[in-house]
Design a protein. Sequence first.
Length: 148
Amino acid sequence: MGQSVRVWTGRIPARALLGVLIAAVVLPSSACTSAPQRACAEPEVTMTPDVVASGESITVVGENFDDACRDAGEGAGIGVDVRIDMTDTEGLQWGDRVLTGSDGSFTVELLIPDDAVPGTVKTVVEWEWTGLSATETRTMERDFIIAD
């Protein structure tokens, strides 16, 4: 004997149908989440102490220079090349280059030249920000004082 096939011809209540549609839309999108994304803080530079004498050192600390946080693609997070340039009121210049750690931070101690003039020292921090579509040079300025 052959098998018979039953066909259901009833009605599905609207609420049940709405529940099925919501489950079909919401569940797959929440079940297929990608890796969590970290909040991206802006790069930050601090210098201590605020007032220093010629011949002494100042500590420069940078944080949040992690280009992995900026959608830089393959190789991101391997370090960012940061240039620190200092200029006293008479135009004497000194500085350093530093490569950040994989966490996007750096700490460097810079010696103030003995012949640096007392007054405000302009400090320019410059780095390359590489993304998937472009590379951009970014800068920030900080000042400190050379005491008499």
